[in-house]
Design a protein around this ligand. Structure first.
Ligand code: AMP
Ligand code: MN
Ligand code: MN
Ligand code: MN
Length: 284
């Protein structure tokens, strides 16, 4: 596999908080000339067999994928896993545990929203959920847009769903060590997702990268729909500094909501090891 490759190794289906099925995503990836694809639903690998079959039907190379929510330095961080065995029991159990607090959290979010006059948000969010074990803030955002409270999902997050806002509920996710262990234990590689999103201080970011590396993490997203062009450069440098391979993915969720479509980002900058080199034997 060459370094210059239209790889899209980060996106979401209805199995988590995307609006398209794995089959619709595969067709869209093919239409956009993606050559290597991974579906990376949040905390859930229930869509992997469907995604692989759909990739084959569309002539796409495929890597298994997941995006695990962890808590690091009191913030939520996302770790992508690529190229693992989707039937690995420890990985499946770890993800089940990670998903388990979501319903209670969603009920608390709804109770807080009710206090600021937004009624029925739990039931409303549920009408957007594709997987009963995976109710996320995105589903609340869609309900608040549909009910006219906000004009789009970014306004909902800004006004209601982030730290310090009335619908935000603190949540304890998996640990960094566990997420990396589940992924590598299943034969995959762990990748830090969209590092610029966390707004860590330089010290916190150094700690994240160092501990990630020490636990056996292998890659970092450099070119992602969540980064600016300047951030591609920053994290290409970080990848080199920490000896991490580089990944590329749109983080596509929905034709209506996502500003970056599948397979449309710039290629990885030169002189980086692409993550697909590390899992070349697991490409299907
Ligand atoms: P959760 O895992 O329930 O905390 O939801 C996190 C998801 O919310 C992310 O994966 C994104 O899809 C979405 N999200 C987070 N922040 C924003 C934002 N500022 N605007 C739009 N969507 C967001
Ligand atoms: Mn999401
Ligand atoms: Mn993410
Ligand atoms: Mn994502």
């Amino acid at each position: 596999m060459p370094s210059i490759l239209n790889a899209d190794l980060h996106c979401h289906s209805v199995v988590s908080d995307g609006t398209l099925t794995p089959e619709e995503l595969a067709a869209r990836a093919h239409a956009n000339d993606v050559e290597l694809w991974a579906l990376t639903d949040h905390d859930e690998i229930g869509g992997q067999h469907r995604a692989l079959a759909a990739a084959r039907a569309n002539g796409l190379r495929y890597l298994t994928g997941v995006e695990i929510s962890i808590t690091f330095a009191a913030r939520t961080v996302h770790i992508v896993g690529l190229g693992f065995d989707p039937d690995n029991a420890a990985l499946m159990q770890g993800l089940r545990d990670t998903r388990s607090g979501r319903s209670e959290r969603a009920k608390e979010m709804a109770a807080q929203l009710a206090q600021v006059g937004i009624k029925g948000a739990y039931e409303g969010a549920l009408t957007f959920v594709g997987n009963p074990e995976l109710i996320s803030r995105t589903h609340f955002a869609r309900f608040l847009v549909e009910s006219g409270v906000c004009k789009d999902t970014s306004e909902v997050f800004r006004k209601y769903l982030i730290e310090g806002k009335p619908g935000f509920v603190e949540h304890r996710w998996a640990t960094l060590a566990d997420a990396v262990k589940w992924i590598t234990g299943a034969g995959g590689i762990a990748v830090i997702a969209h590092p610029a999103r966390y707004k860590f201080t330089p010290n916190e970011e150094f700690a994240l990268f160092s501990e990630f590396k020490a636990h056996g993490g292998r890659g970092v997203e450099v070119v992602t729909g969540s980064h600016t062009a300047a951030e591609y450069v920053t994290y290409a440098d970080m990848a080199r500094e920490f000896g991490l391979a580089a990944s590329r993915g749109s983080d596509f969720h929905s034709p209506e909501e996502s500003h970056t479509d599948l397979g449309t980002l710039p290629f990885l900058p030169g002189q980086l090891t692409p993550v697909w080199e590390l899992v070349a034997d697991r490409i299907q």
